[in-house]
Design a protein around this ligand. Structure first.
Ligand code: ATP
Ligand code: MG
Length: 318
């Protein structure tokens, strides 16, 4: 199985990323995955590990943001009995547990500065020191790290060691934000709708053209995770139906209402929507010499909807 195929998308940005990831997968080089939240850092780390020569060895993840500073050193490097209150026996760390395999250090930007020096030492020499020990031990572990913060800013703020950053950054792989690869949105939707239809044994819903347009214009702050969650919710609530813009969560509609998306701003004084609609229909019909299909296209409506609204407003055919 080619694990890189689990990463859906065909945009040039993703394509070149996957090409680089394939090259590094077959080596032991340290990789730093960069990208906003939900862009797929973990799925990419997993694919790299699964395509590497260490695929059948240990694959251990440590989320550096999830543990307090006091615990993280012992978690990584292990500790000797009596090293601190509660250290009742010699305990091995994750680096030892991952010996021969791969360690995924997620949210590495949250690693406390005090521990960064020890990690750098391991990356440079393979040497580790358990908490409370005097002699070091060696392990053979490939490290994949991920960050969703800009480490350069943290270096400037004195929160991240520059030398460790350079050591981690040998091969940086940057995951593009979803808003930078809107051409992947349809592929991802298709993938997720099929996935949830299968998971929940339901008929997948479909997105209408106008709903899709809104999704493509949206900024996706939560990136692919946000798209996945939306597909899951709509799969359950609207199984087998067509999803229209009004079925989308409010934040999508609001975002598509910005002047940038519609070229139109609601006047401070408000307006008469009905009169405006009738007026715009008139204008469209005038501009197209009464051609209803062309008018409908100008207004983003189907021909039938236009005719319905012409009747509603009493707009005569030209
Ligand atoms: N290209 C993709 N194809 C299919 N699924 C994807 C893709 N990218 C991400 N996903 C899915 O989106 C969700 C979020 O991805 P992932 O957990 O890898 O993101 P992340 O970058 O690690 O986010 P965070 O920084 O919040 O930890 C997961 O469910 C993952 O399977
Ligand atoms: Mg993650």
């Amino acid at each position: 199985m080619d694990y890189f195929n689990t990463i859906v998308g065909q945009s040039p940005a993703l394509d070149s990323l996957i090409r680089s990831a394939r090259l590094v997968a077959s080596t032991d080089v340290t990789v730093l995955l960069k990208g906003e939240t939900g862009t797929g850092k973990e799925i990419l780390a997993t694919a790299i590990q699964k395509q590497s020569s260490r695929a059948n060895k240990a694959f251990i993840t440590l989320n550096c943001a999830a543990l307090p500073e006091s615990l993280i050193e012992s978690e990584l490097f292990g500790h000797r009995k009596g090293a601190f209150t509660g250290a009742i026996s010699n305990t091995q760390g994750l680096l030892q547990a991952a010996d021969g395999g791969t360690l995924f250090l997620d949210e590495i930007n949250s690693l406390p500065v005090a521990i960064q020096a020890k990690l750098l030492r391991f990356l440079e020499s393979g040497e580790c020191l358990a908490v409370g020990d005097v002699s070091s031990y060696k392990v053979d572990v490939r490290v994949i790290a991920a960050t969703n913060a800009d480490i350069n800013q943290q270096i400037d703020a004195g929160e991240f060691r520059r030398d460790l950053y350079y050591r981690l950054n040998v091969v940086p792989l940057e995951l593009p934000a979803l808003s930078q690869r809107t051409e992947d949105i349809e592929h991802l939707i298709k993938h997720f709708l099929a996935l949830f239809a299968d998971t929940y044994s339901i008929v997948a819903p479909k997105f209408s053209k106008s709903a899709l347009k809104i999704l493509k214009a949206y900024s996706w702050p939560g990136n692919i995770r946000e798209l996945r969650n939306l597909c899951e919710r709509l799969s359950i609530l609207l199984a087998g139906r067509t999803i229209e813009p009004e079925n989308l969560p409010l934040e999508f509609i609001r975002a598509s209402d910005t002047p940038k998306a519609t070229g139109f701003t609601l006047p401070e004084t408000g307006l008469q929507l009905d009169a405006l609609e009738a007026n715009l229909i008139h204008q469209a019909l005038n501009r197209t010499q009464g051609n209803r299909s062309k008018s409908a296209r100008l207004l983003g409506l189907s021909r039938d909807t236009l005719i319905y609204r012409m009747q509603k407003h009493g707009v005569a055919s030209h």
